[in-house]
Design a protein around this ligand. Structure first.
Ligand code: GUN
Length: 294
């Protein structure tokens, strides 16, 4: 029997439904949570994500703005836009979509966002708060992974969790979340990466495997054990002449073969993607609540 599907769309809808009463309480005080996204250049993946974030905001009754900057924009101009949004009281959440072109230092862009509006949870202060177990915001994609696990009945507590990938956006903050002494965490975490010797020896030990290295279909069936729970964070576009538009989206897991051995697995698309957006909306609502208290 193939592993059960972990339905990210359905779970994201649950998370979003739980936000409506909080949004109504804010509305009663005259506050509409607002999310501003800055996008630089024409990367089709980034444009699609930002569009989806805007659409989800609209569906939930949040205000949203997209600031589109050219590929050649200077770092100073980008930082100026961030500063403008930092001081706009209607804007509660700000995100700078990555990747960014080479003339812009990612660490400068990330650190320029007011930590109280940093709904991506990328600012060094917010990353540190996650690490010490006192988060202001939860990093959106890692928090989405945790919610997928919990709400599909696979609590990571006490389990051997292997995370493949050590990015600042997913692997590192997910390790920080899962290692906390806290409900919904408390896992034994291993992070494997391009420098890991005998990577398969580690992934085969995993009771829960999170694939987040950004390499299409990298995780093969012989790299997992029977009964594994797999969360696939990868979003890779690969050429496919039979698909509409000439490409299709696949994850970091060789889906059908790994599913045959797995207890449960999240698909791509329809797994982590909708969760990232639901957690981003959650953070925007939280930012509006916290800024209202300040
Ligand atoms: N690029 C890939 N994922 C993300 C994300 O969650 N936030 C931002 N800002 N950029 C990304």
């Amino acid at each position: 029997m193939p592993g059960e599907l972990i339905d990210g769309k359905k779970i994201a809808d649950e998370v979003r439904a739980e936000l409506t009463s909080r949004i109504a309480s804010l509305a009663a005080r005259g506050v509409v949570p607002g999310l501003a996204a800055i996008i630089v250049g024409e990367d089709p993946g980034s444009k699609l994500y930002v569009k989806m974030k805007g659409k989800a905001s609209e569906e939930m009754g949040l205000a949203h703005w997209t600031v589109e900057l050219p590929e050649t924009v200077s770092e100073a101009r980008l930082l100026g836009e961030v500063a403008r949004l930092n001081s706009d009281p209607k804007v509660h959440g700000i995100l700078v979509q990555q990747p960014l072109p080479p003339q812009i230092r990612v660490d400068r862009a990330v650190a320029a966002v007011d930590p109280r509006k940093d709904v991506d949870c990328f600012h060094p202060t917010n990353v540190g708060l996650v690490l010490i177990g006192r988060p202001r915001f939860a990093p959106a994609t890692p928090a989405g992974v945790v919610e997928l696990l919990l709400r599909s009945g696979h609590d990571p507590g006490g389990k051997d969790v292997v995370i493949a990938g050590r990015s600042n956006i997913v692997g590192k903050p997910l390790a920080a979340l899962l290692m906390q002494k806290a409900k919904g965490a408390n896992a034994t975490v291993t992070v494997v990466h391009s420098g890991t010797r005998d990577l398969s020896a580690h992934t085969r030990r995993a009771e829960i495997l999170v694939a987040a290295m950004g390499s299409p279909r990298f995780i093969k069936a012989d790299m997992v054990r029977d009964g594994v729970v797999v969360i696939d964070v990868g979003i890779n576009r690969i050429a496919d002449s039979t698909a509409k538009g000439g490409y299709r989206t696949v994850g970091d897991v060789d889906f059908d073969a790994v599913r045959a051995k797995a207890k449960a697995i999240s698909p791509v698309p329809g797994g982590v993607g909708p969760m990232t957006i639901a957690m981003l909306l959650t953070n925007t609502v939280r930012a509006a609540e916290l800024l209202g208290e300040a």
